[in-house]
Design a protein around this ligand. Structure first.
Ligand SMILES: Nc1ncnc2c1ncn2[C@@H]1O[C@H](COP(=O)(O)OP(=O)(O)OP(=O)(O)O)[C@@H](O)[C@H]1O
Ligand SMILES: [Mg+2]
Length: 339
């Protein structure tokens, strides 16, 4: 786990600094307004806390909240305060919660007064890179414009450096770097992608690394965490598992983790399994008369049977697998995933 926060140059506290422009995160207003705002911040933090795992993300959110509040108090006392630099790099495999966290962070930063609207614009290479001279700058500027006041989230960001010196991806990087400087008071850039690729990307673009002081790791979920995610998703949809169904799901998830964790889509895989089971439950129930509330709530083992990536094609016998055992680094098994 790695959390680093960089702070911009400190500004000397005096009467001219009491505007929101000078120090982001300073929210003026009446007492009742501030209380409402505090309540919304707590709601967003509670939403973040509900996510399974992601301890480092939760810690970071609290650090930033505390920092912003203390800056407000320092300003009130005429002390030095500095703008906080919050551009981030998210490193992790598909389905580890990167987009979900980016969305929550945008909303949190809005309530903290760091961003004016807090919306998320999620883009990939094709949204930023054009096909002829001048096209890239136009496309990248358009995405920056759409993101103003919020978060510009670039998925598989390393692909911008994919094509070598002559590729238009480089031009997109230059436009983004300029954009993040020009709009540093009202735009947060998040670069996301696989850990190794992002490391390589930042190593080969040293100018970029220093501009992204916050690096967050999104590790693959363990079987225990995947099960908790499943339970959370089910309860949010007002469904519940029978004990047999829970055991069946655990069996499926163990298999998925053993066979190709990096590729299996983590929490997204869980969501797909859950949604499939819910459709199966509907088919099981649809022709029946006299359905009870309990029937409608309950997912049974039958609804989950033979779901999961490898489970229809692989026979694993009765091997007992420890969920937290890491996979050998070179284990690469690819098959259709659930997307
Ligand atoms: N820690 C978690 N707790 C509960 N639900 C989660 C968690 N992480 C992810 N999810 C859920 O899993 C699904 C996939 O998550 P998300 O889209 O954020 O992943 P991602 O890292 O952005 O994936 P990708 O790289 O493929 O875009 C979403 O429905 C999300 O709500
Ligand atoms: Mg995503």
């Amino acid at each position: 786990m790695q959390i680093k926060i960089g702070f911009g140059n400190m500004t000397k506290g005096n009467s001219r600094l009491t505007t929101r422009n000078r120090v982001r995160g300073v929210i003026p207003g009446k007492q009742s307004e501030r209380e409402n705002n505090e309540a919304r911040i707590n709601e967003i933090l509670a939403e973040l806390d509900k996510l399974i795992g992601l301890k480092n993300v939760k810690e970071l959110a609290r650090e930033i909240c505390a920092y912003v509040k203390i800056q407000q108090k320092r300003l009130q006392e005429g002390l030095m305060a500095g703008p906080v630099v919050l551009h981030m790099v998210f490193k992790g495999n598909p389905g580890t919660g990167k987009s979900t966290v980016a969305r929550i962070i945008g909303r949190l930063f809005k309530e903290l007064g760091i961003l004016s609207s807090g919306h998320l614009v999620e883009v990939e290479r094709a949204d930023l890179v054009g096909e002829y001279i001048g096209h890239t700058a136009q496309k990248a500027r358009e995405q920056l414009r759409k993101s103003l006041g919020g978060v510009l989230f670039i998925d598989e960001a390393y692909s911008l450096a994919r094509g070598g010196e002559k590729d238009f991806g480089r031009e997109a990087i230059d436009v983004l770097v300029k954009g993040m400087e020009d709009h540093r008071n009202n735009l947060i850039l998040i670069l996301a992608g696989y850990r190794e690729e992002m490391e390589y990307f930042l190593e080969t673009n040293p100018g970029l690394r220093s501009r992204f002081p916050i690096h967050l790791d999104f590790p693959d979920y363990t079987v225990t965490e995947l099960l908790e995610i499943a339970q959370l998703m089910l309860s949010e949809r007002q469904y519940q598992l029978t004990e047999e169904a829970r055991r069946e799901l655990e069996k499926i998830l163990r298999r998925e983790v053993i066979f190709g964790h990096r590729f299996n889509g983590n929490a997204r895989m869980v969501r797909n399994i859950i949604e499939r089971a819910i459709r199966r439950q509907a088919v099981r129930l649809v022709g029946r008369a006299n359905l009870t509330r309990e029937d409608l709530l309950t997912i049974t083992q039958e609804d989950l049977a033979r779901l999961g990536l490898g489970s229809e094609t692989l026979s694993l016998g009765t091997g007992v697998f420890q969920p937290e055992i890491p996979l050998p680094g070179n284990l690469r098994i690819c098959y259709n995933n659930h997307r």
